[in-house]
Design a protein around this ligand. Structure first.
Ligand code: ATP
Length: 216
């Protein structure tokens, strides 16, 4: 479909659960690229590390990748990083390309709390990835949108510019940033859950060591 995937996150830190699933959704939906967008100021949570460090870890993770691309849209805006604003900017820059917002099932379940959430459907399709430990548990308003918008075949997305929902099965990787932060706080080694260059950066900058509290 030559669409553009949009994968936002706190990336606190980025891990292979983000990277592998982004690539699999790109393949499954035949997306030409996926924009990996660090949230500068996540509206709903406190990040453990600064946007500068989180962005640098993501840059290192994506080095040498051409299909998964670092995108600084949210870093360049001030105020809370609302996805509806990001999609609006991307849409203005690429008016002829379909956008596909890629969300894990946990993030998707929270969609009705996002700013102007119904507008998201006017800007993009949504691809929802299965995630271990997060069985689908959707509020009623979201169930209603799923009933109206879910496609039965992925290739039906190409028949529309935006507004459809596709459920995508991805390799189940029970990895989370919270789990990695907890391992570091406990003095344990998170190696192989995240790219080696990211772990080297965490160690060199002494990230996530400051407090033994989990900030999420
Ligand atoms: P935290 O544990 O700090 O909440 P996280 O691991 O969920 O972090 P985020 O940066 O908050 O990572 O997630 C960004 C996006 O990636 C969300 O849509 C989330 O659902 C998705 N995601 C994260 N990890 C996985 C995974 N292992 N499998 C599938 N989707 C994932």
């Amino acid at each position: 479909m030559k669409g553009i995937g949009v994968f936002g996150g706190t990336f606190d830190p980025v891990h292979i659960g983000h990277l592998r699933t982004a690539l699999e959704v790109a393949d499954e939906l035949a997306l030409s690229e996926v924009r990996m967008i660090p949230s500068a100021q996540p509206p709903h949570r406190h990040a453990a590390e600064s946007s500068r460090h989180r962005a640098q870890m993501l840059r290192l993770a994506l080095e040498g990748q051409d299909r998964l691309r670092f995108d600084d849209h949210e870093l360049l805006r001030s105020g809370p990083s609302y996805m509806v604003d990001t999609l609006g900017e991307l849409r203005a820059q690429a008016p002829d390309r379909a956008l596909v917002l890629i969300l894990g099932v946990d993030a998707f379940a929270g969609l009705p709390s996002w700013k102007s959430w119904m507008e998201l459907f006017e800007l993009a399709h949504i691809a929802v990835m299965t995630r271990p430990g997060h069985p689908p548990d959707y509020p009623g308003v979201l169930m209603a949108e799923i009933a109206r918008r879910e496609v039965s075949e992925i290739n039906e997305l190409a028949d529309h510019d935006c507004g459809r929902i596709a459920m995508v099965s991805v390799t189940q990787l029970p990895i989370s940033s919270t789990g990695i932060r907890q391992l570091i706080h406990a003095g344990r080694d998170p190696r192989f859950l995240l790219p080696a260059a990211v772990l080297d950066y965490i160690r060199s900058q002494r990230l996530y060591f400051r407090s033994r509290m989990d900030h999420s």
